[in-house]
Write a protein that binds this ligand. Structure first.
Ligand code: HEC
Length: 99
């Protein structure tokens, strides 16, 4: 189960912040559903645009560092999206939970 896996990872990183980490993941999922789902597949469903890779696939392929850097400064065919550092952290937490 995803939640349990996440707790394990959070436990390794910081024994007492597992609850906080779950809140980050939820906030990130919320942002993704609102801002990313127009172009990217967010958890499952059919591909909204062919140009944008499904987010679960992106999450598997890319490291947190890569994702953080990319979201701070999107490039290629993805339009710039104005995200705060906090929103980026939440998105990276959410993407990490898809791995
Ligand atoms: C208007 C459409 C659009 C929206 C909205 C959008 N993306 Fe993208 N995104 C793309 C496209 C197209 C690419 C492929 C870019 C390329 O390869 O040139 C991409 C690429 C990416 C990549 C890089 C994949 C890689 O392997 O390099 C990440 C990460 C990503 N998007 C995350 C997000 C997140 C998170 C959001 C929501 C905050 C989002 N995108 C919103 C169109 C979009």
């Amino acid at each position: 189960m995803k939640g349990r896996w996440l707790l394990g990872v959070a436990g390794v990183m910081a024994a007492c912040s597992a609850g906080a980490q779950e809140a980050e993941v939820e906030a990130g999922a919320d942002i993704a559903a609102r801002w990313c789902g127009i172009c990217h597949v967010v958890e499952g469903a059919g591909s909204p645009t062919d140009a944008a890779p499904p987010l679960p696939t992106v999450a598997q392929m890319r490291s947190d560092d890569y994702l953080r850097g990319f979201l701070a400064n999107p490039h290629g065919n993805m339009p710039p999206i104005d995200l705060t550092t906090r929103e980026i952290d939440q998105l990276v937490a959410y993407l990490g939970s898809l791995r």
